[in-house]
Design a protein around this ligand. Structure first.
Ligand code: UDP
Length: 253
């Protein structure tokens, strides 16, 4: 069989040419990075979990009319997606102060914000993804004012959906990051949610105990990352049957 053409390799995922024009295959690796890739590890089973979890969230968004790049899951680590032109922004939505925002403003981690706040970082690893105001985005032509209005509306719909889904399983959605892509149907351009939605790109805290169930477990050395992601998947009922991150065959009762 001919080797698939690799289109792009990032820190946690690889994109391959898809089976039809306008499609790509997105492969989820087990690699984890933090602090702009200064901290790195391979965490067995992470890719499988993120593939499932991203499928779950993207399918839900598609079902409520929030367009995404997701078409279908192909196997344990791969999903078929629409090829999009990624807007070079990280779109961050925050419900509670945490991470860089808590640090920047001297807020306590977990402080409730007066309303959801949407902010933007310019996607550039060399620059460390700097926070940018909308003014820069429009002036430098990364997106138009109309795009920005649509992006904020999309981000807030994603926030409402994800917050509700997580609340239903006893998890608080503190913040998350999404990426947005453009798809072209003839002359017509649409914005869709792209990349992934997973505990790699969200902050998820257990409502009762405050336990962290996201990538902060890795960033801050708080325990086993796969266990945390498995817990999220288990609560959502999307744990792949018969699959654990165990390295040896295990007896299933
Ligand atoms: N985030 C992400 N990728 C990035 C930066 C942030 O997925 O390159 C997510 C992060 O997991 C968190 C949210 O965006 O859920 C807000 O992150 P923050 O700006 O607080 O930065 P961090 O503290 O993660 O450096």
């Amino acid at each position: 069989m001919a080797r698939r053409k690799k289109i792009y390799e990032g820190k946690a995922k690889i994109l391959y040419e898809g089976p039809e024009p306008g499609t790509l295959v997105q492969y989820f690796k087990d690699d984890a990075t933090a602090f702009n890739a200064e901290k790195k590890a391979t965490i067995e089973g992470k890719g499988v979990l993120n593939n499932r979890l991203s499928e779950y969230f993207m399918t839900g968004l598609n079902a409520i009319g929030v367009p995404t790049h997701f078409i279908k899951r192909i196997n344990m680590r791969e999903q078929l997606i629409r090829a999009v032109e990624i807007i070079p922004l990280e779109i961050i939505v925050r419900n509670f102060a945490a991470g860089s925002m808590a640090k920047r403003l001297g807020l306590e981690e977990g402080a409730a914000l007066p309303r959801p706040i949407v902010e933007f970082s310019y996607k550039d690893d060399k620059l460390g993804d700097p926070l940018v105001p909308e003014e820069y985005i429009i002036a430098f032509g990364w997106a138009s004012q109309q795009d920005m209005d649509d992006i904020v509306a999309l981000a807030l719909r994603v926030n409402d959906f994800l917050s509700g889904v997580m609340y239903g399983v006893g998890i608080k959605l503190v913040d998350f990051k999404i990426e947005i892509g453009r798809v072209y149907d003839g002359d017509y351009m649409r914005l869709v949610v792209a990349d992934e939605i997973s505990p790699d790109s969200c902050r998820l805290w257990d409502i009762k105990t405050g336990q962290k169930l996201d990538k902060d477990v890795f960033r801050r050395d708080l325990g086993n990352l796969t266990d945390a992601y498995t817990e999220v998947a288990r609560r959502l009922g999307v744990l792949p049957s018969n699959v654990t991150h165990a390295t040896k065959p295990t007896l299933i009762n």
